[in-house]
Design a protein around this ligand. Structure first.
Ligand SMILES: CCCCCCCC/C=C\CCCCCCCC(=O)SCCNC(=O)CCNC(=O)[C@H](O)C(C)(C)COP(=O)(O)OP(=O)(O)OC[C@H]1O[C@@H](n2cnc3c(N)ncnc32)[C@H](O)[C@@H]1OP(=O)(O)O
Ligand SMILES: Cc1cc2nc3c(=O)[nH]c(=O)nc-3n(C[C@H](O)[C@H](O)[C@H](O)COP(=O)(O)OP(=O)(O)OC[C@H]3O[C@@H](n4cnc5c(N)ncnc54)[C@H](O)[C@@H]3O)c2cc1C
Length: 647
């Protein structure tokens, strides 16, 4: 019935203060109040309705997205929200909170602006950032090409310096050099940061960033030498098709020399290449920035799915009725808990590790300003590894939440199919997850190889300094509750990661050609990298469910024995019983509006069945009793069959 809270009985079981947890989840009271205010504004604004997306064609869907983005920008200005979040939060988050679907603004604010902030000189920032902040230009990040995405050093687009005119000539020499994938590029962006090979006097200096105007600011038509368009439909119905991922080729397009981003390296008027003594990898800085953002974004996406699946698991009853009594809530089945509660824990774990990663990223950014590059490898390994770990776990977790909701989880009105379709490319964009884990593995193997040189490992690899002890380690767990002690869990995870890493390093040393060895052992290296990244994220419930899932590693590396493994599993079951009465309250703490969740199964009031039934009739297929096509194709067949039968 309308207005009745069908989940009140669940909410009354909570053993903690939900309002306090809402502040913890939001990060601070002011962030909670602001995001609460925005989400309610959005829910009450008809421009931001989401329930019609599944029925729109691509052009309508895209036009609707532009309308939403424009309205969101107007609202951000009207409400003077611009700049209200902590200084680090670009406008993207405010717009993303309003628009809540992939849109060109993600890349304008999330990559184009950060690329200029990170790789532009002060003069270049003074010139371009005010235009971008006021959205007088709209930018994108054009790095990936048809032939290369992971291998940035393999990019083919060229930027050839012409000393006669003091310009760079941007050119696409081959079909595979076509820029391909950049979000916002296909139909909207007026400018791009283009990554191209810098060529001076026939010499190739590698990949650098260039600001290139793509379209006229008067009539939005492509400039001379520019061929540009959308790359076509992507996975899912609405999903990422609200974004114009584009294709772009250059035919000898000229730009002024001062449009090469020159914070990291410069080209003088005479055509001399100057590379200040900073790591060339600073040109990758924008990717590092977005990877750390993607970790926080993973906790948001996973928590949305977990919120839906938890509330619905408390509403859904199946089997277990005795003499006509109520059937059992599916959330009471241990199998449902063993699938759902680790995801609930993961959402919180990723939320907190995202905060830690933001601290690490902010710290490395400050150090870079002081030319201190000492933590750059750690920042790269952590952002790459945690982006990979959290996006894989989140994509798998959203799909698991769909399955936890049974048949109704497969309805668009559950919100889960759309959430999955929008989310899964996160395992690929900003770095394919395997390629990134191999980067982590490089860092770990290098750390182990340097131990003998007295190089003290720091940061997240500091545990490697205790290698001797960790190689002798065997857990002294005697009873299930021993697994509740954080140091007991941490030591097991440290020992597992250290042993897997050392095993790889030892096997690598058997190869005369290290690169060949690395390729041959890549699968083991990826597993060692995962073990290291899981160690970074580890928290109690999350940790024990991981330990149970990867029990083979822990036993084969000798860290624990089968008996201790079964004690961990016993403790896990005990934890599930402790989580159970708090489950609905823990997802209420995310403070998501029904509008934001976009899910009938995840409604705050749990009033699922009447709303599912009501929603079904809105489908356009139900506009007519007899569907189009029936009389044309099926009825003649039926009548023919009936005639045949009477003969
Ligand atoms: C809403 C606001 C928006 C914000 C975000 C909101 C949340 C998100 C939600 C929704 C919006 C998202 C929208 C989607 C956006 C998608 C955009 C894109 O996809 S943009 C393209 C991404 N492309 C890649 O990521 C390529 C991946 N490839 C690479 O990064 C490189 O090719 C790599 C690292 C694989 C190899 O690079 P090598 O070949 O130059 O380097 P090697 O030889 O492997 O290493 C040399 C040394 O450099 C270090 N290194 C490599 N990369 C580094 C880095 N980034 N930083 C520091 N050091 C690095 C290495 O550790 C190594 O160090 P030693 O020599 O061993 O000590
Ligand atoms: C939705 C979406 C949005 C995007 N937005 C942008 C954008 O705005 N700007 C932009 O520049 N790009 C963007 N991209 C492109 C994206 O960054 C690339 O697709 C991504 O970096 C992966 O590169 P790739 O496509 O070349 O994959 P590949 O590297 O070709 O991957 C194919 C397979 O090869 C494997 N592989 C590759 N190299 C190795 C290796 N050395 N060892 C082992 N296995 C390997 C991978 O693991 C994978 O299984 C976007 C992509 C998507 C899907």
């Amino acid at each position: 019935m309308e207005g009745v809270d069908h989940l009140a009985f669940e909410r009354n079981k909570a053993q903690f203060d939900v309002d306090e947890m809402k502040i913890v989840w939001a990060g601070s009271r002011e962030d909670f109040e602001l995001s609460d205010r925005i989400s309610r504004l959005v829910a009450s604004d008809p421009v931001f309705r989401k329930d019609d997306r599944a029925a729109l064609g691509r052009k309508e869907l895209f036009k609707n997205t532009l309308r939403k983005a424009a309205h969101a920008w107007k609202r951000v200005i009207e409400l003077r929200l611009s700049g209200e979040f902590s200084a680090l939060e670009p406008e993207a988050y405010k717009l993303r909170a309003f628009v809540d679907q992939p849109a060109f603004t993600d890349l304008h604010w999330g990559m184009f602006v950060p690329a200029i902030q990170g790789q532009g000189t002060d003069e270049q920032q003074q010139k371009w950032l005010p235009l971008a902040y006021r959205m007088q230009i709209i930018g994108c990040y054009a790095q990936t090409e048809l032939g290369h995405g992971s291998n940035v050093q393999g990019l083919e687009t060229t930027a050839t310096f012409d000393p006669k005119t003091d310009e760079f000539v941007i050119h696409s020499p081959t079909l595979t050099s076509s820029k391909w994938w950049p979000g916002g590029l296909g139909k909207v962006s007026t400018h791009a940061v283009v990554y191209a090979r810098l060529i001076i006097d026939g010499q190739d200096y590698g990949v650098h960033g260039f600001i290139v105007q793509l379209r006229s600011l008067d009539d939005h038509l492509p400039l001379p030498g520019i061929t540009i368009g959308d790359i076509g439909m992507k996975f899912g119905n609405a999903a990422y098709n609200t974004m114009d991922n584009g294709v772009l080729t250059f035919d000898h397009v000229r730009i002024p020399r001062n449009q090469m981003l020159m914070r990291v390296s410069q080209v003088t008027r005479e055509g001399k290449y100057v590379h200040s003594n900073v790591p060339r990898q600073l040109v990758y800085g924008t990717m590092v920035y977005v990877r750390q953002k993607i970790v926080a974004d993973a906790s948001v996406a996973l928590s949305r799915a977990v919120c839906i699946a938890t509330r619905y698991s408390a509403v859904r009853r199946q089997f277990g009725s005795h003499n006509g009594g109520l059937e059992t809530q599916v959330i009471d089945y241990k199998t449902q808990q063993s699938r759902l509660f680790p995801l609930l824990a993961s959402a919180y774990a990723f939320r907190f590790v995202g905060e830690w990663l933001l601290w690490l990223y902010t710290d490395v950014t400050e150090r870079l300003k002081a030319k201190d590059f000492s933590t750059l490898p750690e920042a790269h390994a952590c952002t790459a590894g945690l982006k990979s770990l959290t996006t894989t776990a989140t994509a798998d977790g959203i799909e698991e939440c769909r399955k936890l909701c049974g048949g109704h989880g497969y309805l668009c009105s559950s919100g889960l199919p759309e959430l999955f379709a929008v989310y899964v490319p996160a395992c690929t964009y900003e770095g394919d997850n395997i390629v990134l884990l191999l980067q982590v593995a490089r860092h770990l193997v290098k750390t182990v190889s340097q131990l003998s040189t007295g190089n003290k490992p720091v940061g997240t690899t500091a545990y490697m300094a205790r290698l001797e002890q960790l190689l002798q380690y065997h857990s002294d767990v005697k009873k299930a509750e021993d697994w509740l002690k954080p140091n007991v869990v941490l030591e097991a995870f440290e020992a597992r990661a250290a042993r897997m890493c050392v095993a790889c390093a030892q096997n690598l040393s058997k190869f005369s050609n290290p690169e060949e060895g690395f390729q041959e052992l890549a699968a083991d290296l990826v597993e060692a990298a995962v073990a290291h990244c899981q160690l970074i994220v580890v928290s109690n419930v999350y940790a024990l469910s991981l330990l149970h899932k990867h029990l083979g590693d822990f036993i084969s590396t000798g860290c624990i024995d089968p008996k201790q493994g079964s004690l961990a599993n016993e403790q896990l079951r005990n934890l599930y019983s402790q989580v159970r009465p708090n489950a609905v309250a823990l997802v209420d703490a995310y403070n998501y509006t029904d509008h934001y969740l976009g899910s009938i199964l995840g409604r705050y009031d749990g009033n699922v069945y009447p709303k599912l039934y009501e929603e079904a009739w809105k489908d356009p297929l139900n506009d007519s009793i007899v569907p189009d096509g029936f009389k044309e194709y099926i009825q003649p067949l039926l009548k023919q069959q009936l005639r045949n039968a009477r003969l």
